[in-house]
Design a protein around this ligand. Structure first.
Ligand SMILES: NC(=O)c1ccc[n+]([C@@H]2O[C@H](COP(=O)([O-])OP(=O)(O)OC[C@H]3O[C@@H](n4cnc5c(N)ncnc54)[C@H](OP(=O)(O)O)[C@@H]3O)[C@@H](O)[C@H]2O)c1
Length: 243
């Protein structure tokens, strides 16, 4: 798909990886709907950048785990542009949940935000894309969804579920819509990560560095532009999955 002139909705697009993906799509001529939950100031900063570059971006707040909020997010995008060709499900929660301390609340939070959220968005936007006769959906998963991570079980389960959602939707929405996942490895570590933890993360990566947000954004652009890839999981992890 030619990105120029298409409308892209990026969840969690105000900061970190979502911001980089949104800016990369905008650089190739997409109009952006930047979704955020708490990061209003950062969302406004992204909007200012996009406007300066000549776009007419829109920002919209909401909790992706709420069906009512997802309806409102999608309505806002449709009111502004009348179409959505690219959906990037990027918003997520991530924190450590050692087995002995894992609560039902943690379990529900990971599954609600990281799996139900993308499902709700895919359902709403997928119907719009079917009517349009075209669309690209990208789900930000994680190599955690392909491996066993003892201290991040509900997070990893949410991402494994997201991969299953990606594959199922790739068939359900074919041939008009392509649905793919990106599985990053260690890119931006959580705030507060110690230098020792960072060094430990890098030791697990054959390419001996963390990824950059641009590494992930370039993979996103590739998957949007290519029309013969669907149901795929593209690992962007410097080879970490090999270990
Ligand atoms: N960073 C990495 O190295 C890495 C590695 C592997 C996979 N990934 C995946 O790549 C994606 C982006 O990573 P990231 O580190 O940039 O993400 P992040 O900073 O952990 O979170 C992205 C955004 O998700 C939004 N969010 C959280 N809960 C939400 C909710 N209930 N409703 C709506 N939005 C919510 C937040 O928006 P607000 O700030 O506006 O509240 C947040 O800025 C995620 O799906 C992540 O799991 C990242």
């Amino acid at each position: 798909m030619e990105i120029e002139g298409k409308v892209a909705l990026v969840t969690g697009g105000a900061r970190r990886l979502g911001r980089s993906i949104a800016l990369a799509l905008a650089e190739r001529g997409a109009e952006l709907v930047i979704h955020y939950r708490d990061s209003e100031r950062e969302a406004q900063e992204v909007l200012a950048l996009l406007k300066k570059a000549g776009g007419k971006p829109v920002a919209v707040q909401g909790d992706v785990s709420s069906a009512a909020d997802v309806d409102r997010i999608v309505e806002t995008a449709m009111r502004a542009f009348g179409r959505i060709e690219i959906l990037v499900n990027n918003a997520a929660v991530f924190y450590r949940t050692p087995f002995e301390q894992l609560t039902e609340g943690d379990w529900d939070r990971f599954l609600d935000v990281n799996l139900k959220g993308p499902f709700l968005l895919c359902r709403q936007v997928g119907m719009i894309m079917l009517r349009q006769g075209q669309g690209k959906i990208l789900n930000l998963a994680d190599i955690a969804g392909l491996k066993g991570w003892a201290e991040y079980i509900p997070y990893a389960v949410s991402k494994a579920g997201l991969l299953a959602l990606t594959r199922g939707l790739a068939k359900a929405l074919a041939p008009a819509i392509q649905v793919n996942a990106i599985a990053p490895g260690a890119v931006l570590l959580p705030p507060g990560t110690s230098p020792e933890e960072e060094a430990r993360a890098i030791r697990r990566i054959p390419l001996e560095r963390l990824g950059s947000p641009e590494d992930v954004a370039r993979a996103a652009v590739y998957l949007v532009e290519n029309d013969f890839i669907t149901g795929e999981v593209l690992r962007v992890d410097g080879g970490q999955h090999l270990n």
